[in-house]
Ligand binder design. Structure first.
Ligand code: COA
Length: 196
């Protein structure tokens, strides 16, 4: 499928490579900072006004930014599932979600719209990741965990089974989360405690 990528930053580059691996044919980037130099052999065609209505991969690192862009652009938002992902047959993935290399999605895992499951994360059975959330590289979500909308789970985090992370919460890199985290809180450390 021919596709445009919104966001020509570091995450845009990662999405471009993953999209090629997954059989998409990226045609170029859109970026609010255009004009920008070509990247990975593709032109940065302009800002959002250069969108021709075709399908888009939204490659903005900010969780709320991805959701807001999708609301403005109103086009097809394909799922990007890297071919190295190990996905249980019963795992569900909603539109616009990006699942990067070497992720594991367990039985009945549910990945929300425009969520980002980054490199090597383990999303165990019955986990729910709500829309726009980001699970960073190497994070481990044990069975039954729920990640609220737009929450950010940092790199290398471990979340113990059946816990709930509230919407817009942020979990610092390397944390061990052993209790529920309320919406909007910032926690870090082992065990995780508030740092906000
Ligand atoms: C938790 C985090 C969001 C806090 O950022 P911040 O609000 O700018 O906070 P600060 O850097 O001012 O740190 C506040 C305090 O928390 C501590 N802290 C920050 N991040 C921490 C972490 N990951 N683990 C343990 N302690 C941490 C700081 O040492 C500081 O402690 P102090 O007050 O005793 O000096 C950030 O440090 C972090 O870990 N982000 C996740 C990054 C990541 O994984 N990104 C994925 C990219 S793909």
């Amino acid at each position: 499928m021919d596709i445009l990528i919104l966001g020509a930053g570091g995450h845009g580059r990662a999405v471009c490579e993953a999209a090629r691996d997954a059989g998409f044919a990226p045609r170029g980037f859109l970026d609010a900072r255009a004009p920008l130099p070509d990247m990975l052999g593709l032109a940065v065609l302009g800002d959002e006004a250069a969108h021709d209505g075709g399908p888009l991969l939204i490659a903005l690192g900010g969780n709320a930014l991805r959701l807001a862009a999708a609301a403005r652009m109103r086009c097809a938002l394909p799922v990007l599932l890297h071919p190295s992902v190990i996905r249980a047959g019963s795992a569900e993935i909603a539109e616009g979600a990006v699942v990067m290399p070497r992720v594991v999605l367990g039985a009945l895992a549910r990945i929300g719209r425009l969520a980002l499951i980054n490199t090597g994360a383990i999303v165990e059975h019955d986990v729910v990741v709500e829309e726009g959330a980001h699970v960073a590289p190497g994070a481990v979500l044990c069975g039954g965990v729920r990640i609220g909308a737009r929450a950010m789970v940092g790199a290398g985090v471990v979340i113990a089974p059946n816990l709930s992370i509230g919407a817009d919460a942020v979990i610092g890199a390397g944390a061990a989360v052993l209790a529920d985290v309320p919406p909007g809180r910032v926690v870090a450390g082992v065990p995780a405690r508030g740092v906000d």
